[in-house]
Ligand binder design. Sequence first.
Ligand code: ATP
Ligand code: MG
Length: 473
Amino acid sequence: MKEVTQILTHKIFDIVHACSKELNIECYVVGGYVRDYFLQRESKDIDIVVIGNGISFAKKAAEKIGIPEKSIAIFKNYGTAMFHYQGMDVEFVGARKESYVSHSRNPIVEEGSLKDDQNRRDFTINAMAVSLSEKDYGALLDPFKGLDDLQNKIIRTPLNPDITFSDDPLRMMRAIRFSTQLNFSIETNTLASIKSQSERISIVSKERIVEEINKILLSRKPSNGLILMEVTNLLEKTLPWVSALQGVDIVNGNAHKDNFYHSLEVLDKINEHSNNLWLCWAALLHDIGKPKTKRYVDDVGWTFHQHELVGAKMIPKIFRELKLPLNEKMEYVKKLVYLHLRPIALIEDTVTDSAVRRLLFDAGDDIDDLMLLCEADVTSKNPQKVRRLLRNFEIVRLKLNEIEEKDRIRNFQPPISGELIMKTFSIQPSKEVGMIKNAIREAILDGIIPNEYQAAYQLMLSEAQKLGLTPIQ
Ligand code: ATP
Ligand code: MG
């Protein structure tokens, strides 16, 4: 038996060891913490399996440390208890045996042995346990050779994968997520089983699926995960809009690029520069309007006219269906999808000040993220073209900085407020107030007047005059 006491440096292990001795109850640290130790990854949680009642054991450990009972989070239904101690979430659970019946999503849960508990875990690398009991403190209990799989970088289920995946189909997504995060391959039978059972993902809640997708998106090379989702048919079942980006049509010998692989390239590039989850979502979804807008036009070739507009309009529905937040994060993704062609359109024309001002006004504080997205969007195979475009983006960036410094458009606050307009002409909130405000904003964006109070005040007077309004004295 391998002994790995070096894992047990955190103070909680001494406490649990002492409780185990006093209560004469076996317990183990299990799962992610053990795996991450061997991978030299940092953990934020420690899972302790108790051969007995997890909740009362947790209370005993908390008492020993001096953690008040009210600071223990107890989940009676799951038989778990959790508290925070020295930078770690420590969770206690009684060892469980789970039996699934095909007509129900919820297993029958009974008390079990350590082995029963390891059997119900998702992957061999997640099923390793280290004893905290007196009799074999520090012993590694690794019945499925998880350590070998860690060394060989393999994701494999402890039992027959058909059973493991059928019991909880989310594990299919977890397999792909771990493979992507850790850069491991999925063992052949395990992968084949995912493919054959992908249909069953439909019984899993969107929230749990999206949690795994989010972790894939934040991995170093998210394309690996999305390609695995595609080959196992999970992509079509979980992100049908992304799946629809696949494929290449050819008319008169003209092919367009495969928008799925293009989007993955953009996403991977974004991940090299940013760990903003919502920017990753924007990268994945930036061309989502293309399948709906695809046309072949004689003498022109393939067009995706207004795909940015169609795509932006799809975002709220996609977020709703995925149970992603319908708040400013959604607005951010929608905005980036909508604006993703603007910087490139800018450099194809001459870069006028007013076009730059309008871009700053529309993008606001998200201008830097938009520029990152646009640069990542350059995936041409022609190195000369790529170089030319990226050089032009540099010019746009310089111009953005220059104009922003001069005109402060990024967080545009109108120099003349609606209240001032109403007071000056003694009018109520009305269409006229909006028209005057609009005229001022447009004149500033077009560079006709500077973004300053005096100039805006003069323009207000002349615009009001056109509307037959005179200032009260
Ligand atoms: P991470 O914390 O990076 O998400 P993790 O493996 O620690 O990864 P947790 O969700 O914290 O994942 O779960 C802790 C342990 O519980 C896992 O290592 C695994 O042993 C077990 N586990 C979690 N979810 C499942 C599941 N759906 N099916 C089987 N076992 C699971
Ligand atoms: Mg964990």
